[in-house]
Design a protein around this ligand. Structure first.
Ligand code: NAP
Length: 464
């Protein structure tokens, strides 16, 4: 068939066959290949040991024993392009409170980069398995449910949140604070699915606890629905629960065009707070303004701002003067000498001294990561004299995820999907994230055959 196409192409050059004929021949060729694969698969459906072909939605009664998956192993730790490798893996078995999901699309997160790098620790040492399938965001179809699961049934279209609750989590933990003692995030056994657990979303099937399952917003495509959970739910808890964000407050958002930042800006807008976004390029700045930021600051205009350990006295002095200029840039945006009531932190080491410095009196620095390093340093006088608070935050509990997801279902908060990759491009998408060459969120197609499809019916039609 390929030969035929080449021949047609040559003929076309000579004017004998027009472009429409070539396109027709190519589409027949592609369809025939897909049909052959599907027919071969259908004929095996009683003993499905092999993975189902990519791009199809099989009948619900089919459960293959194996699946295609991108796998990280200890000997491959390094940059994403080398650490992710495709392998055939067993489809995971589910327990009584778990759900097996056919992954239609998945979302790319920085934790996949960390898992691949094996830094700050190898995730294989966390879950003690010799393989790791990364991926903490997905949209898909419920395929099997455990015997105790009543809230979901096979065929339901869903998204997944990534907080795995501890099975030993008692009604109350040892924390003296009543208001958090019922929060599953307070439990010692809490884990992040697809990072601290081995079966994430970069595979045809994944397994999760039933409480991790949320309804898929119907108006979104599979790839949009798969893109927001981890970052958006994290930003929601940071600002709404932990920082208790109030209308008319000012929020400084580091990495405003990044995965967390694009949602932090939208949450500020929703609450009536003013977001000031920090970025490293003009394009990223424009995205932040589009999303509702009051202003943007390009951190490249402050070349000495970033803290590094072992800096000389001169470097330190230069940093102090950039910190002051940075504070003035905030005032210029606001048109008055007000400091941010909330600083939305995640770069960590490099930005933390500035975050504590520019935060207002009685302000809150809410932090969920240390992308540039964990050893944060700052001038503690700014903290105690002005009674600022540093608040740690980590993902979100099921209630927060549910509430935040409702805002997406109502169209109040929107996914920000900058790019969608194919299943084969999963390592490449992570490499772009590692090199900070992306903005917003990146999605990947897993079992859905192409972009733009919103439900099972459309996905089945597109694959036949
Ligand atoms: P992302 O999409 O890569 O965005 C991060 C943004 O931060 C980048 O766009 C970049 O923006 C900025 N940035 C990177 N390095 C920086 C530095 N040294 N100084 C200042 N800004 C810097 O990543 P993300 O999805 O937002 O995640 C950010 C971090 O949070 C990651 O480490 C991730 O693992 C972590 N995280 C933690 C949780 C949790 O539950 N604890 C949840 C989600 C994410 P510019 O270059 O434009 O400034």
């Amino acid at each position: 068939m390929l030969k035929g196409i080449k021949k047609d192409q040559a003929a076309s050059k000579k004017g004998a066959v027009d472009d429409a004929v070539i396109e027709e021949a190519a589409s027949v060729a592609i369809k025939e290949t897909v049909d052959m694969e599907t027919i071969a698969y259908e004929s095996r459906r009683r003993t499905v040991d092999e993975p189902i072909p990519l791009g199809i939605v099989p009948d619900l009664d089919i459960l293959p024993k194996t699946m295609r998956a991108w796998v990280i192993r200890r000997e491959r730790h390094g940059e994403p392009i080398q650490s992710f490798k495709e392998e055939t893996m067993p489809v995971p078995e589910i327990g009584p409170n778990e759900v097996l999901v056919l992954v239609m699309a998945a979302g790319v997160n920085y934790n996949g980069v960390w898992a691949g790098l094996g830094q700050p620790m190898s995730v294989l040492d966390v879950h003690k398995r010799n393989f790791h399938i990364a991926g903490s965001d997905a949209a898909g179809i419920v395929w099997r449910v455990g015997s105790n699961v009543k809230s979901w049934k096979p065929g339901d279209e869903v998204i997944l949140h990534c907080n795995v609750e501890s099975e030993t989590h008692s009604a109350r933990t040892e924390t003296p604070y009543d208001f958090i003692s019922y929060d599953p995030m307070a439990s010692r056994g809490q884990q992040i699915w697809g990072y601290e657990t081995p079966y994430g979303s970069f595979a045809q099937f994944t397994k999760v606890q039933a409480q991790q399952v949320l309804p898929k917003p119907k108006h979104l495509t599979w790839e949009e629905a798969a893109s927001y959970g981890l970052c958006y739910f994290t930003a929601y808890r940071m600002l709404m629960t932990q920082a208790q964000l109030q209308p008319s407050e000012i929020v400084l958002i580091w990495g405003g065009a990044g995965g967390l930042g694009v949602f932090a800006i939208q949450i500020c807008k929703m609450v009536g707070a003013d977001a000031i976004a920090v970025v490293s390029s003009k394009d990223k700045g424009e995205l932040c303004i589009e999303l509702g930021a009051k202003g943007v600051i390009n951190r490249k205009d402050f070349p000495n701002l970033m803290f590094k350990h072992g800096e000389t006295l001169e470097e330190q002095n230069n940093r102090f003067s950039d910190m002051k200029r940075f504070g003035q840039a905030i005032w210029e945006i606001l048109g008055e000498r007000r400091n941010p009531n909330v600083v939305f932190e995640h770069p960590g080491e490099s930005t933390f001294p500035t975050s504590v410095f520019v935060c207002s009196r009685f302000g809150r620095i809410v932090i969920c990561a240390g992308t540039s390093g964990y050893d944060c340093t700052f001038d503690v006088r700014h903290l105690w004299m002005h009674q600022k608070r540093i608040i740690g935050s980590h993902f979100a509990n099921a209630l927060e995820c549910l509430r935040a997801n409702e805002l997406i279902r109502k169209g109040i908060i929107k996914p920000v999907l900058s790019d969608t990759f194919t299943y084969q491009e999963i390592p490449k998408a992570h490499q772009l994230m590692y090199e900070n060459k992306h903005s917003g969120k990146m999605g990947v197609l897993v079992q859905v055959s192409r972009r733009g499809l919103k439900n099972t019916e459309e996905a089945i039609k597109a694959s036949t």
